[in-house]
Design a protein around this ligand. Structure first.
Ligand code: CP
Length: 324
């Protein structure tokens, strides 16, 4: 693997998931793979799970991981080509990235969207400029529009839950029904996790995939095409095996909150419509806004298992990059 910025960089999703399971069973089996190699983890935004799981994954492979909070500790970077840098930016990415390419063997980057300019955000300028100028493999720790490590983790978690579920064989022989549901939130959030989850579940092609959201919250069709989309959440939840809860701001009239109807929050009452579904969320989660306490603290929640699987997803991807 030369880079990891979307599902398009993955030849075989199930093989990558199996690799993650093999690391979960034996975390240090490839301890020599990363000896004398270094990963630079650059953060332009806050993170807990992505930051720590990537560091642990690198260390499990024998790599040294160095974290740099570029957003608040580094020089303000310019990303536009031919910019006249008379404003607030101090250093151009075409000067900084080749230096990072000399310091590290792999570069991992987290950026967020502005949620102000759709064209800019969806051009993925920041991560693409690092790929262009660093000269080493680049791995996304979440970009302006996608969160591929999270989505790989989500498929790992679904497969693990399927393997360990007590559901009857006839249910398990059918494709699982996976529902991505929009949830309320107090702030306009990126579409990254929802875009990426849709892109991966569609590419995986092993689920009956339904997306439900209020009117005006349509996501970019390039990621959702192939899924059933409905504004009727109760209808969508019927017989669901997995419910993935996530807020996102509007895509068409970009970065807005149109609806914050608390009726869209997942509760045990809504869970009763499902096939005793397992409930997922990438975290952090606003309790009793996106998801109720009763679900998060109840037996159907997979959120802790999901977050712990971030390590194995990152380790599988790093291993592919090191072998690539
Ligand atoms: N899910 C996720 O990416 O968590 P962090 O923002 O804490 O990294």
């Amino acid at each position: 693997m030369k880079q990891f910025i979307s599902v398009e960089d993955v030849k075989n999703i199930n093989a990558l998931v199996e690799k993650a399971f093999s690391y979960k069973a034996d975390p240090f089996k490839d301890k020599k793979l990363g000896t004398n190699k270094r990963i630079g983890c650059l953060f332009l935004n806050p993170s807990m799970r992505t930051r720590l799981s990537t560091q642990i994954a690198a260390q499990n492979l024998g790599m040294e991981a160095i974290v740099f909070n570029l957003g608040n500790e580094g020089w303000a970077l310019e990303f536009e080509e031919e910019a006249i840098m008379s404003g607030n930016t101090v250093e151009h990415v075409k000067d900084a990235a080749p230096i990072l390419g000399k310091y590290f063997d792999v570069l991992a980057i987290r950026t967020f969207p502005s949620l102000k300019n759709k064209e800019d955000d969806y051009s993925e300028l920041y991560i693409k400029q690092f790929i262009k100028y660093a000269g080493i493999p680049v791995m996304s720790l979440e970009s302006a529009t996608l969160h591929p490590l999270q989505s790989l983790t989500d498929i790992i978690t679904i497969k693990e839950a399927l393997q360990t579920s007590g559901k009857k064989q006839e249910t398990r022989n059918k494709k699982p029904k996976i529902v991505l549901t929009w949830a309320p939130h107090v702030k306009p959030l990126p579409q990254c996790v929802a875009n990426s989850f849709s892109q991966w579940i569609n590419a995986w092609d092993e689920a009956d995939f339904v997306i439900t959201h209020p009117e005006d919250y349509e996501l970019d069709e390039q990621f959702t095409k192939g899924a059933t989309i409905t504004h009727n959440q109760d209808e969508a939840l019927k017989d669901a095996d997995y419910v993935y809860v996530k807020n996102w701001s509007t895509y068409n009239d970009y970065g807005k909150i149109y609806c914050n109807d608390p009726e869209w929050m997942m509760t045990n009452k809504k869970l009763s419509l499902t096939n005793n579904a397992k409930v997922m969320h990438c975290l952090p989660v606003r309790r009793n806004v996106e998801l109720s306490d009763e679900i998060l603290d109840g037996p159907n929640s997979l959120v802790t298992m999901e977050a712990s699987n971030r390590v194995w997803a990152a380790q599988a991807v790093l291993s592919e990059i090191l072998n690539g």
